[in-house]
Design a protein around this ligand. Structure first.
Ligand code: SF4
Ligand code: SF4
Length: 378
């Protein structure tokens, strides 16, 4: 019997992330959608998504996140939420708030939506609207009120980076004023559009330490009134994150064109075919496909991870980051100071310390830029 046959059977895909569309009225400079999103194929139909929901639930999924792009641009969102609710999923909508009218909020409530996560770009109109390249600040305030009025828990998310990290106190104050019960201060991770803008977005170590200190002061001040999560940027760490809690371990992402991925950026990895839900059932995708098995567990590792005493803790970090920075998806994540490519991360942080991106313009996410960059092979 081969070693592969002895490998323990993975658990079910507990978390289904349904990326309904790449369409989005915002243009965030840190957007996590693939840089070439505008070249992806047609979106799945309503019937396709209904089938995916049923198959995923039958395969053991319990949480369903509807995201995008902006999921509210799909006018079948209420139908999909209702079906997910009927199937017994805990449902979550990740939104910029654009398109959430009082009517749609009421329809989503009636459909059984459990939870909304509303994203903000900053605490001021100027920076919020600059970073998203849209006038959405006032709209987000109204949407926050709608979320409260409908009795959903108020969960806010703000991507943190060099341009807004110094206003972290105001961001927290704003979340408190809007009645947020949870606030995620998610330092930008450097993938996709954020990688293009890394010099402009990566904070300095001083900025980061100050922001963490202030966050801790607010935690003490407000106690249980608001739970604040501060996600540290891994470039400033010496050990990588356990990406997606392990490849093909918990998360199943389905992209707008039906490609099934262990994480939303994995499609970039070379030499790896990912299945499509139009052609393969969710259970087979999860347990049988090469895409979901390639980096499961630790048998694929090479040194230094293969012989590392810490390999269970982080499973070698992120495969996409290993590919983007070291050019090898099976390498140790270069965030790790044992990686031979760690110098690339040190260099990026040094560039941030020196203000290398000070005068460079941001590249905002939009379909024209996406097509241009894709055509250039970027
Ligand atoms: S990060 Fe910004 S541009 Fe990207 S999908 Fe979210 S709201 Fe839209
Ligand atoms: S060498 Fe690999 S397994 Fe060990 S800590 Fe670094 S990334 Fe993790």
């Amino acid at each position: 019997m081969s070693a592969a046959n002895l490998a323990p059977q993975p658990g079910p895909p507990l978390w289904l992330l349904a990326e309904l569309t790449y369409r989005c009225p915002l243009h965030c400079a840190f957007c996590y959608n693939p840089v070439d999103f505008a070249t992806s194929g047609p979106e799945l139909s309503t019937d396709d998504w209904l089938r995916v929901l049923r198959e995923a639930r039958a395969a053991g999924s319990v949480q369903c996140g509807f995201s995008g792009g902006e999921p509210l641009v799909r006018d079948d969102l209420e139908i999909l939420v209702a079906e997910a609710h009927r199937l017994g999923f805990y449902t979550n909508l990740l939104t910029s708030g654009v398109g959430l009218t009082a009517e749609r909020a009421a329809a989503l409530k009636a459909a059984g939506l459990d939870h909304i996560q509303l994203s903000f770009q900053d605490s001021t109109r100027e920076l919020n609207d600059f970073l998203s390249h849209t006038r959405t600040f006032d709209l987000k305030q109204r949407v926050a009120a709608l979320i409260k009025d409908n009795g959903w828990p108020m969960v806010m998310n703000c991507v943190i980076h060099r341009l807004n990290i110094d206003y972290i106190d105001r961001i927290i104050e704003m979340a408190v004023e809007l009645g947020a019960e949870y606030l995620e201060l998610a330092n930008s991770q450097y993938y996709s559009w954020a990688l293009l803008n890394r010099d402009q977005l990566l904070p300095t170590r001083d900025q980061l330490e100050r922001a963490e200190r202030i966050t801790n002061e607010y935690r003490e001040k407000y106690g249980d009134r608001i739970r604040i999560f501060f996600v540290v940027p891994d470039y400033h760490e010496k050990r990588p994150k356990k990406c997606m809690n392990g490849w093909g371990n918990v998360f199943l992402t389905v992209t707008p064109d039906g490609t099934a991925l262990p994480c939303h950026t994995a499609k970039m990895l070379p030499g790896l075919a990912f299945p499509n839900v139009r052609e393969m059932g969710v259970r087979d995708i999860w347990y049988e496909s090469e895409g979901f098995n390639r980096y499961r567990g630790d048998s694929w590792m090479k040194d230094p991870c293969r012989t590392c005493p810490d390999k269970e803790k982080d499973l070698g970090g992120c495969r996409c980051q290993a590919y983007m920075l070291a050019g090898d998806p099976a390498a140790a994540d270069p965030v790790c100071d044992k990686s031979p490519a760690h110098g690339l991360v040190v260099e990026a942080v040094a560039r941030a310390e020196a203000g290398a991106g000070r005068s460079a313009p941001l590249v905002f996410r939009d379909p024209a830029a996406s097509r241009r960059i894709a055509a250039e092979g970027g």
